[in-house]
Design a protein around this ligand. Structure first.
Ligand SMILES: NC(=O)c1ccc[n+]([C@@H]2O[C@H](COP(=O)([O-])OP(=O)(O)OC[C@H]3O[C@@H](n4cnc5c(N)ncnc54)[C@H](OP(=O)(O)O)[C@@H]3O)[C@@H](O)[C@H]2O)c1
Length: 268
């Protein structure tokens, strides 16, 4: 019994010692963490705000400069004049001389984007935050999607989507996002079109739906063979759901603005 108690006590002591050890280690780690945080807090930080010459981008740039003296901000705009003016004004408003830089970067121009990346690398050697804010709204919101100005659409996608991807690509590797993004946009076009068509032709006379055919063996997917992905599904399989939708009789219950795969409605 005594032996057992002694054993229990020694196990308890050992356990306490261990807990104490963990506590010591935890305290040491916390102190190290505090030291690391303090060091990081003193390190200069760099943020690039695309489209920082006015509006929300400018407010983000200004907010960061005002937040802490360790933040440096590069504001970009499509012209050197507007970028430089914004940088000067933000620096003056925040009393932040030498911390705000203007740089001309039309996000639709690859040479501008590459020049911005070189400027950031050469001048700062880091970019802690990239704010993909540059954007345009090229159409009037009341425009009908069935009466699209295609040049306006191309411009929107070039600036708002591809522009953001071009800047991001300088910082992080992105692979086949382009295809997926283009299809996501097509889905959004389908829901907008469906709404328009309901207004134009109530009662399901004209509808718009989207279909994901799945991974089908066609010329498009032949390149996947290189990474060992080959589909056994023929183009005829991919055609099943589109054929089903195309041949639905007109009725008030006909699907409109929906997304389908393998004959079933799926979430967007
Ligand atoms: N305002 C809203 O209610 C709202 C709502 C949702 C989302 N957003 C998004 O928030 C972002 C900022 O909007 P905002 O309202 O602040 O717009 P804004 O006042 O019109 O500012 C747009 C900024 O983007 C820049 N820009 C436009 N085209 C460019 C290009 N090709 N290359 C580089 N920069 C370009 C503009 O600079 P330059 O013209 O000088 O080049 C400007 O600095 C946009 O992405 C917008 O889609 C806004």
């Amino acid at each position: 019994m005594l032996g057992n108690l002694a054993k229990t006590a020694s196990i308890a002591t050992a356990a306490l010692a261990m807990v104490g050890g963990v506590m010591l280690a935890t305290r040491a780690a916390a102190a190290a963490d505090r030291r690391r945080r303090a060091a990081v807090a003193e390190e200069p930080r760099l943020c690039v705000v695309s489209g920082g010459s006015r509006g929300i981008g400018r407010a983000i740039a200004k907010g960061l400069v005002a937040f802490s003296p360790r933040w440096n901000v590069v504001v970009t705009a499509s012209t050197a004049e507007s970028a430089a003016r914004a940088a000067e004004e933000i620096a003056a408003e925040c009393d932040a001389d030498g911390r705000v830089f203007g740089f001309a970067c039309d996000v639709t121009d690859d040479t501008h984007v590459a020049a911005l990346a070189s400027f950031v690398a050469d001048s700062f050697g880091r970019c802690d935050v990239l704010v993909n804010n540059a954007g345009v709204m090229t159409e009037i919101l009341t425009d009908s999607v069935v009466d699209l100005d295609l040049d306006a659409v191309r411009r929107s996608i070039a600036v708002n989507t591809v522009g953001a991807m071009a800047l991001t690509r300088q910082k992080a590797p992105i692979s086949i996002l382009g295809y997926r993004v283009s299809k996501a946009a097509l889905n959004r076009f389908t829901t907008g079109l469906a709404r328009e068509l309901t207004n134009l032709a109530p009662g399901g006379d004209v509808v718009a739906n989207a279909v994901c055919p799945g991974f089908i063996n066609t010329d498009m997917t032949a390149c996947f063979a290189d990474i060992g992905r080959v589909s056994s599904k023929t183009p005829a399989v991919g055609a099943i759901t589109p054929l089903y939708l195309a041949t639905l009789p007109s009725s008030p219950d006909i699907p409109n603005g929906k997304f389908f795969a393998e004959l079933e409605e799926i979430p967007w």
